[in-house]
Design a protein around this ligand. Structure first.
Ligand code: ADP
Ligand code: MG
Length: 290
C-alpha cells in the first residue's frame, strides 16, 4: 500500500512540475550529498546557436562550410546539429542531400555530401583519430563557444562555433544546494574551458570535462564508491546509463524519451530550482511520515 502522505505528495508534486517515477529514489533524495549536473539542457537552455562559421580552406567559402556541415548533420538529433540547421535556414541556404550518415557518440558525425566525405566533430574526433588538435583562431572565445571542426575529404576546411546560454535560476539553485550541504559538479562531453567557465560562474564545487558518453556512468560510480549519495541530472540518450547508476536519476523535461524512461524523477519544466524544490519536498514528505 502507498502511504497516504506519499500518495498526496506525489500528486501535488506532479502539479508543480515534478513527476516521481520511483518512490524509493525520491525517498533517497533527502539523503543526497552530491549532485552531478549534465551541462547541456539542465543548467543551460540546451539550445545552441551558431556564433561563427568560417572557412580555413581556399577551396570553399564560409557559406559552403555551413552547407556541407548542415548536410552532414541533417539526420542527427544532437543540439549541435540542430543549431547548425537553424543557422542554415536563417540564412536561407539550400540544404544539400547526404548519404552514409554515421554518428559517433560524444565525438561527431560523418556523411557523404556532393561526393565528398564530410566530418563534423569536436576535439574528441582528433583524439579518436590520434591526430593533433588543429589550432583554433583567437577570434573564437573558447570560454563560451563550443567549437566544431568541419573536415572535407580528411582536411579541416572550416570551423563552426556554437553557444548555449545559462538558465536564469541556475546560480540560485547551486547556492541553495550549498546551503543544504549538497555539493554540485558539472559533467560534460564539452571542452575543458567551457566547463571551467560555467562551473566557476555558477559557484560549483568542480567539473569533469571531455567525458565520453560511456564514461559518465563510471564517473558517477567513482563518487558513490567514496560513500557519496549522488543524484544526476541529464537530458540526452547519452545520459541514460548514468541516470540509471545514480541514487536519484533526474531527467529534465526538454530531453529525450530515453532519458525520461530511465530516470527516477522527471522535472517537467527544466528549471534548475526544481532540483532544489524536489529535495526540500522529499525532506518534508518523509519527515511527516516518521
Ligand atoms: P554533452 O555532455 O554536452 O551532452 P555530448 O556527449 O553529446 O555532450 O557531446 C560531446 C561533444 O562531442 C560535443 O561537445 C561535440 O564536440 C561532440 N559532438 C557530439 N555530437 C556531435 C554532433 N552531432 N556534431 C558535432 N559534434 C558533436
Ligand atoms: Mg547531454
Amino acid at each position: 500500500a502507498i502511504p497516504l502522505v506519499v500518495a498526496i505528495s506525489t500528486t501535488r508534486a506532479a502539479v508543480s512540475g515534478l513527476l516521481i517515477r520511483n518512490r524509493t529514489a525520491f525517498e533517497n533524495a533527502r539523503k543526497l550529498t552530491t549532485i552531478i549536473f549534465d551541462k547541456t539542457g539542465t543548467l543551460t537552455k540546451g539550445s545552441h546557436e551558431v556564433q561563427n562559421f568560417v572557412s580555413v580552406s581556399n577551396e570553399f567559402s564560409a557559406k559552403e562550410i555551413l552547407q556541407y556541415a548542415a548536410a552532414a548533420q541533417q539526420h542527427s538529433e544532437h543540439y549541435i546539429a540542430r543549431g547548425i540547421i537553424r543557422k542554415l535556414k536563417e540564412r536561407e541556404l539550400e540544404l544539400w542531400p547526404s548519404e552514409n550518415f554515421q554518428y559517433w557518440q560524444g565525438v561527431g558525425v560523418s556523411a557523404v555530401v556532393k561526393g565528398r566525405q564530410v566530418v563534423v566533430g569536436g576535439p574528441n574526433y582528433f583524439k579518436r583519430e590520434g591526430k593533433p588538435l588543429p589550432s583554433i583562431p583567437p577570434i573564437f572565445d573558447q570560454n563560451t563557444e563550443t567549437v566544431s571542426f568541419v573536415l572535407i575529404n580528411g582536411t579541416v576546411a572550416g570551423i563552426i562555433t556554437l553557444a548555449d546560454s545559462i538558465r536564469e535560476t541556475a546560480a540560485q539553485a547551486i547556492s541553495t544546494l550549498k546551503s543544504m550541504n549538497i555539493r554540485s559538479f558539472l559533467l560534460t562531453g564539452d571542452n575543458e574551458k567551457i566547463a571551467a567557465a560555467v562551473s566557476a560562474k555558477l559557484g560549483m564545487d568542480g567539473y569533469l570535462a571531455n567525458v565520453l558518453p560511456h564514461q559518465k556512468q563510471e564517473k558517477l560510480k567513482e563518487f558513490q564508491d567514496k560513500g557519496e549519495i549522488v543524484a544526476m541530472t541529464g537530458d540526452g540518450v547519452n545520459d541514460a546509463p548514468a541516470l540509471a547508476q545514480a541514487d536519484v536519476g533526474i531527467a529534465v523535461g526538454s530531453g529525450t524519451d530515453v532519458a525520461a524512461e530511465t530516470a527516477d524523477i522527471i522535472l517537467v519544466n527544466s528549471d534548475p530550482m526544481d532540483v532544489v524544490n524536489m529535495i526540500s519536498f522529499g525532506r518534508a514528505t518523509y519527515r511527516k511520515m516518521i
